[in-house]
Design a protein around this ligand. Sequence first.
Ligand code: KG4
Ligand code: ZN
Length: 341
Amino acid sequence: MKKDQWILGIETSCDETAVAIIKNGREIAANIVASQIESHKRFGGVVPEIASRHHVEQITIVLEEALGQANLSFKDIDAIAVTEGPGLVGALLIGVNAAKALAFAHNLPLVPVHHIAGHIYANCLVTEMKFPLLALVVSGGHTELVYMKEHGHFEVIGETRDDAAGEAYDKVARTLNLPYPGGPHIDRLAHEGSPTINLPRAWLEEGSYDFSFSGLKSAVINTVHNAEQRGETITPEDLAASFQESVIDVLVKKTEKAASEYNVKQVLLAGGVAANKGLRSALEKVFSHYPEIELVVPPISLCTDNAAMIAAAGSIMFEKGVRAELSLNAIPGLEIELYND
Ligand code: KG4
Ligand code: ZN
């Protein structure tokens, strides 16, 4: 009988210190996330220096908690997977150095993982991936359509030319005086209002799978300022509903078109904005008309940053023979296509 494979994953690219242990690439044995949201909230966004300090404080605690939850010790672990980028350099470095120290001390292979590959691979903790597939990656830092013909091969067919979807959510939330991160608050308000305010949708040139959200963000900010100057009141629920409808409309239509054009078997949703209830139900509605395409939507706990997704991607990369030297460095602007053979 084949021995079980245990991968320990570490994620520190932004404001979550996370460690997870995954069995045979599919089963979560431990998944610990220490969120720093409370510390960053009063600044209205992530403060990189504070993020790094929290990672330093939390990493060993989270690591011990994960081993305890899985009831394992390092002699059971087959490899250490770690996010090498993209992300905040000071934050990434804490995870990368912890992973290097563990790999050296316990003589274990070190597997470098791209953060977005991790978000995509959160889906293999839900169901088996079927190729070719299309992933809609929507997070605080990224908005991308990624085509995969096989495991570990990534082709970015469209990406944002300015703000990421999550970034637009957070900025619009700030304009409405909602706390950071704003995505979940806008999502909640949107369900209490109606999309009565006319806002733009950036379709870009015919055939492009790229996105742009900065025009929409500015339109929301202008709408609020103009109303204030005229002494009018805007219903925040209606503004949230109108903004959310604009974002979802573009994301869903471009995903639908790309899925048909590329003849994919699966469409995977990934990233923090994948937690959005409006986006999840709009995708479910559209893809119910395509019985040949399976839509996979991860549970909310696997959408926002976590290390289970890093260990899951790490497991595939480990099997493919991807290894890092102990000279591994954090790469804040790392490109996902560098992983292709
Ligand atoms: O993937 P993630 O945890 O971190 C990055 O890699 O960026 O994504 C965080 C982003 C934030 O912008 C947050 O506002 C957004 O995901 N988000 C949401 C929702 N939950 C989190 N956006 C819209 N609706 C939500 N329910
Ligand atoms: Zn992320």
